[in-house]
Design a protein around this ligand. Sequence first.
Ligand SMILES: *Cc1c(COP(=O)(O)O)cnc(C)c1O
Length: 463
Amino acid sequence: MSKKSILSSLPSVDEILKSVKGIHWLKSFPRKKVLQAIREIIDETRQAILDGLHSEVPEHFESHIEERIKKLSDFSLKRVINATGVVIHTNLGRSVLSEEVLERAAEIASGYSNLEYDLDTGKRGKRYSHVQSLLNEITGAESSLIVNNNAAAVLVCLSALSKGKEVIVSRGELVEIGGAFRVPDVMAHSGCTLKEVGTTNKTHLYDYENAINENTALLMQVHQSNFRMIGFTEAVSTAELVSLGKERSIPVMYDLGSGCLIDMKPAGINNELTVQEVVAAGADIVTFSGDKLLGGPQAGIIAGKKKLIDIIAKNPLMRAVRIDKLTLAAFEATLMYYLDENVAKKKVETLRMLFQQPQEIRARAERIMSGIQAAAPAAAISVIEDESQSGGGALPEVGFATFVVSIKPENASASQLEAAMRRHNPPVICRIKDNALLLDARTIRDEETSEVINAAAAALALK
Ligand SMILES: *Cc1c(COP(=O)(O)O)cnc(C)c1O
């Protein structure tokens, strides 16, 4: 057939819309997307015919349209399966919430609530009040506030307590967390002046002492989060800084970042300060994230002395960074778990994933391996030991012993397989090591194993 006659046998948009398939698509998908998909596929096919790639209208013409319609009308924000082993993966949404926590959020969002209404007096209430007493009870702080995220918490605290004044920070703590959160930049935006003291590796109490003047508003500590210094180092403890602050009447603020609420020592992690420890050491203000080690929704918590919390609460920025009701409901439900540490370790997904036993991870990895082997017998698959990471800018020095399914594809590269897994529905995000694709069973949930097997089987069949 000549190109011209193939082109003339291509159906028109109208003909396709009136076909059985077309009528079905219009019933199931938004008209706009159906039209867009039909036009795109017609244009692409026409071009391919002109380029001499087809000697007739392609066999799968209709199914191409259907695929395109589905793609165009799909949500952009999708559930993915985290097979990276990085538990608090910021790019994959950090902490996973439990069904119970989500039910609370759904219940509150699907009706009206007493978000800012005091049911005792019938008058206007405060949204922070709903988690204040729980936060105070769990952290030991006198008072607390909750905002959008920890970056906002730091910004609003600095703005409220030190605008136009100086804040003293150790050079060893001027960190960049990622996503452009850099301590010096946040300080500049909050209107205070950063006064750096000490050196990169060593800061002494006298460095802070010598830097204090009549314009000093805060002594600030920042958790190093995603990096560690080893060797010839020295830092000032919160307790030491607090006693200096008391002597000079200058409050101490600690940006703890991850904000761990349970003792990690039983898990062999000895150098992660808990929020409770920092509060007990006398820090006047502590800020931390809701969705890192705490395992709740995205939020920023400000806990500390009532006098300062009251000042921060009145800052106009608070309105710009206020927490919404869905988050607040999910956060309150997450905090409830922390009333009993053992409950938290089971029910908070982030903690459950971090603390699960290696043999449990191994059993899951083996189930996944047998599933893939049954579907793709030719592939070289094994379960091997490896290390997972906490992620979320926490515990960078700690490797969590884990088991991974390692796949070495025969006639494809590991990165081709990785891409195929990523493009699967639902996408499975993996890591590559030594030219093998690794599926870390730590972050794969039991209910996701069959989806992971299907994705791997499909990816292996592709090549
Ligand atoms: C993660 C982190 C932040 C930012 O917290 P978000 O909740 O992501 O806004 C700020 N400071 C430190 C020390 C951190 O680790």
